[in-house]
Design a protein around this ligand. Structure first.
Ligand code: ATP
Length: 253
């Protein structure tokens, strides 16, 4: 579904991404991890054609994004960290507008709006102004606009950030429901969320991919190597070990 080859990105003298290569298979939900500043948003903005790589190629559904950016955009749904919501519009009118700018055929517009209102559990608030919604509802509107054109690939940048526990469960359920319909790349800082929805892990550190593995295989391998149960949190800390000296607290020191 997605093949990224040797992607690098420089901002002035700062190397944000260096020689990043990976593949995502059709239908996978991939958890995308990394500390603040690791390069996740930069990579997601390149994959969604909002930013140009300094070098490297990305193929999405068989098309080079540099050569076919318009048709590739139709295949991608993107929820940025700050969703582009128009707060004075009602939910239904905003989604109708989103359908139009994403090229949904006029005769399918009403059907698609009704479908995402159902899928994202927004029927109750469809006539409410976006400005008056809770953060959890706003985030679901953000996801609804990202899937309204039935993209093959959905890219979500920290979709649960700032939500309360119930809202997080609702958004995670919505993401899980995408599994049979599209491929998902989900960036989050909450490792427990990855364990709940993802089959694969992609981890970045300082502009490099340091881990690209199926979650099941990863946990199995680590468990065998350490002969005691291992969590994704432990694995994350191991990959960022120079920043985890607090381990000694657990040893009673
Ligand atoms: N437009 C820009 N100009 C200059 N530097 C940038 C720009 N965008 C990102 N960077 C830098 O590139 C690096 C990677 O940033 P990025 O936002 O991709 O990280 P991230 O992994 O998404 O972090 P977070 O989890 O905090 O969102 C950071 O050092 C950041 O300061």
């Amino acid at each position: 579904m997605l093949i990224a080859k040797h992607i690098s990105k420089k901002f002035g003298a700062h190397q944000a991404l260096e020689n990043v290569s990976f593949e995502i298979n059709k239908g996978d939900i991939v958890g995308f991890l990394g500390k603040n500043g690791a390069g996740k948003t930069t990579l997601m903005r390149i994959l969604t054609t909002f930013l140009t790589a300094s070098s490297g190629t990305v193929i999405i559904d068989g098309e080079d994004i540099a050569k076919h950016s318009l048709s590739v955009r139709e295949k991608i749904g993107y929820l940025p960290e700050k969703p582009p919501l128009y707060s004075e519009m009602t939910v239904a009118s905003y989604l109708k507008f989103a359908a139009q700018i994403k090229g949904v055929a006029a005769k399918r517009e009403s059907f698609q709006v009704a479908k995402v209102l159902d899928d994202c559990d927004l029927q109750r608030v469809k006539n409410q102004k976006i400005a008056t919604l809770s953060k959890g509802y706003k985030q679901r509107v953000g996801i609804a606009q990202a899937i309204i054109h039935e993209p093959k690939l959905l890219i979500l940048d920290e979709p649960t950030s700032g939500l309360d526990p119930i809202q997080i469960l609702q958004v995670l359920a919505l993401i899980k429901n995408q599994r049979n319909q599209r491929t998902v790349l989900l960036s989050t800082h909450t490792l427990n969320e990855i364990e709940q929805v993802a089959q694969r892990i992609l981890m970045m550190k300082a502009g490099h991919i340091v881990l690209d593995e199926s979650l099941e295989e990863l946990l199995k391998k680590q468990q065998l190597a350490q002969s005691h149960p291992v969590t994704l949190e432990q694995i994350f800390i191991d990959y960022h070990q120079e920043q985890a000296p607090l381990n000694f607290l657990g040893q009673g020191l």
